[in-house]
Design a binder for this molecule. Structure first.
Ligand code: ITT
Length: 213
């Protein structure tokens, strides 16, 4: 019997925490997931747009053109209501933007955030993680999915699981930060989980359909 080759999807992220989560979320699909280590010449793509969609689209398109394969990019961020939605699309560079360091650092970002909210009552610490996924096909088509997860910023770092802002993001229904829960629990409820569920139903058809002639 002839076996059909699985379609390949490049995951265009340099963030190992995100990569791990994508392998968990999309691992059950009949798709080969390739990371950027297979494409060491892929240049860094500037993420300087005002929206998650534009940033994710720019990266996904660049990866699809560079590799000749469909590519998925994620742009995500943390929106804190007391900071008028900041750091948002600038989440990765929060502490750098504040002049607190010169290179991106999760630890510096978390400390900067706790500092900015210092003394603020828990009811005023509402926040949400947002995730936008764009899959770009070399033939020019694209597929978009998104998700969000509501929570609060804690008053200290709690837990060492996950990555990025996970130790300061308190999810009220589980009464814990994402840094304190196992990966499987984050996988069920996170912003990336919601976005991946949205993507799941569209992805196999998207990768297999012939596209414009
Ligand atoms: P890419 O290569 O995918 O762009 P990145 O780390 O630069 O990786 P972003 O530009 O999307 O990713 O920045 C997102 C910021 O939000 C960054 O500081 C992440 O650590 C943080 N973040 C995103 N998703 C997160 C999650 O699930 N848990 C904790 N922090 C998260």
């Amino acid at each position: 019997m002839k076996t059909l080759k699985k379609p390949t999807l490049v995951i265009a992220t340099t963030n190992l925490g995100k990569m791990r989560e994508f392998r968990e979320h999309l691992g059950d699909l009949q798709i080969e997931l390739a990371d950027l280590s297979a494409f060491p010449d892929f240049p860094e793509v500037a993420e300087d747009a005002d929206s998650y969609v534009e940033n994710a689209r720019a990266k996904a398109k660049a990866a699809a053109v560079h590799t000749g394969l469909p590519a998925l990019a994620d742009d995500s961020g943390l929106e804190v209501d007391a900071l008028d939605g900041r750091p948002g699309v600038r989440s990765a560079r929060f502490a750098v933007d504040l002049g607190l360091c010169t290179a991106r650092s999760d630890d510096a970002n978390n400390r900067a955030l706790l500092d900015q909210l210092s003394g603020l009552d828990s009811v005023k610490r509402s926040a949400r993680f947002r995730c936008v996924l764009v899959v770009a096909h070399p033939d020019g088509r694209e597929c978009i999915a998104q998700g969000a997860c509501e929570g609060q910023i804690g008053d200290r770092l709690r837990g060492t699981n996950g990555f990025g802002y996970d130790p300061v993001f308190f999810e009220p229904t589980i009464q814990a930060t994402f840094g304190e829960i196992p990966a499987a629990q984050k996988r069920a409820i996170s912003h990336r989980a919601v976005a991946c569920r949205d993507l799941h139903s569209k992805l196999v058809d998207f990768l297999q359909s012939p596209g414009p002639q």
